[in-house]
Write a new protein. Sequence first.
Length: 155
Amino acid sequence: MISVQLMSPTPSWRAPKHPTFAIEREPARSQPAKVTAQFQPLDPSIVNDEIPAFFIGRNMEGFWVARDARGQIGGIFLLETSALSFAKKNSEPAGCATIFPSERFELDLENSGNPFVVHLGALRRLALGHGRKMIARIAKMTEAAKRRLNDLHLL
């Protein structure tokens, strides 16, 4: 198995667009910027066309994504080792090159990986939303209690 790490010329997210990836900035919102992978053919001087190649990286939710460079198969996984096993299994018997982009990317194919990870992402978003609401309610109650105690001159 061959591993190559693609890196942006500068480490900043505000850096010029990397030739392989485009960063779409949306108006100010509470959600992070969306990274859309522009999967282009690999440079034949780096990886031979005959060698299967897989992009391995994380998506915006932090799950691991494996996607072949030709856009035929891909999957979402909970663990990096699972993504690597998926790439190895789908390139048998010869093995494959693995490319680790420095930017996050989303799977643009049908998920042939772990079907439960998609549900975990939805549950995580739901839990985070309820957690934020609960924190806001606790903060309001704390402020109300402080005002009440100040009115009674106990603080």
